[in-house]
Design a binder for this molecule. Structure first.
Ligand code: S3P
Length: 174
């Protein structure tokens, strides 16, 4: 069987997928792709605006289209939006040529990363901590179910997380 050549990062908003992904890509000399960036480029519109004008279902369809396209390429670190697990077909596509890593972060860690953020429509509310906990509660079992490997990101530096990832999957996948 051919080896899978993509590394796919899934996890909640603010878990560090973009930061860890770009660093991982740099070290492995892989290209880095972010599904949200592709959606923004395609629509020439921010994620907030897409949600506001077209709604979440429309955004999820765009997300699926992007996933189907990027899953076809090789040697990429693919950073996904936190809601990627809402559609099982996304995971089916990403798994064809990718190993799925769940970046597992505590609500506190997530909160410290996104507390001042205004670009995540699903967390624009008065009590962000409560919103994070509620959404994480709904989603965590899916992140765990769909991933191949869990990477704990709450109490580690980016460098050590990236090294851990490379050490733990290096021999098996690339
Ligand atoms: C979402 C996460 C966001 C973005 C959109 C919806 C979600 O991506 O796709 O705001 O449903 O969790 P990040 O996880 O990169 O913030």
């Amino acid at each position: 069987m051919d080896r899978k050549t993509n590394i796919v990062l899934i996890g909640f908003m603010g878990s560090g997928k973009t930061t860890i992904g770009t660093n991982l890509a740099y070290k492995l000399k892989y290209s880095f792709v972010d599904s949200d960036d592709k959606i923004v480029q395609k629509m020439n519109m921010s994620i907030n605006k897409i949600f506001e004008i077209y709604g979440e279902d429309y955004f999820r369809n765009l997300e699926y289209d992007i996933v189907r396209n990027i899953s076809k390429l090789n040697k990429q670190i693919i950073s996904t939006g936190g809601g990627i697990i809402k559609n099982k077909n996304n995971i089916y596509e990403l798994k064809k040529n990718g190993i799925i890593l769940y970046l597992k972060a505590s609500p506190e860690h997530i909160y410290s990363n996104i507390k001042d953020d205004t670009n995540r429509p699903l967390l624009q509310c008065d009590n962000k901590m409560e919103a994070i906990k509620a959404l994480l509660n709904q989603r965590e079992f899916l992140y765990k179910e769909y991933c191949d490997i869990i990477v704990d990101v709450s109490n580690n530096t980016v460098d050590s997380i990236v090294d851990n990832i490379i050490n733990s999957i290096g021999g098996k996948y690339f």
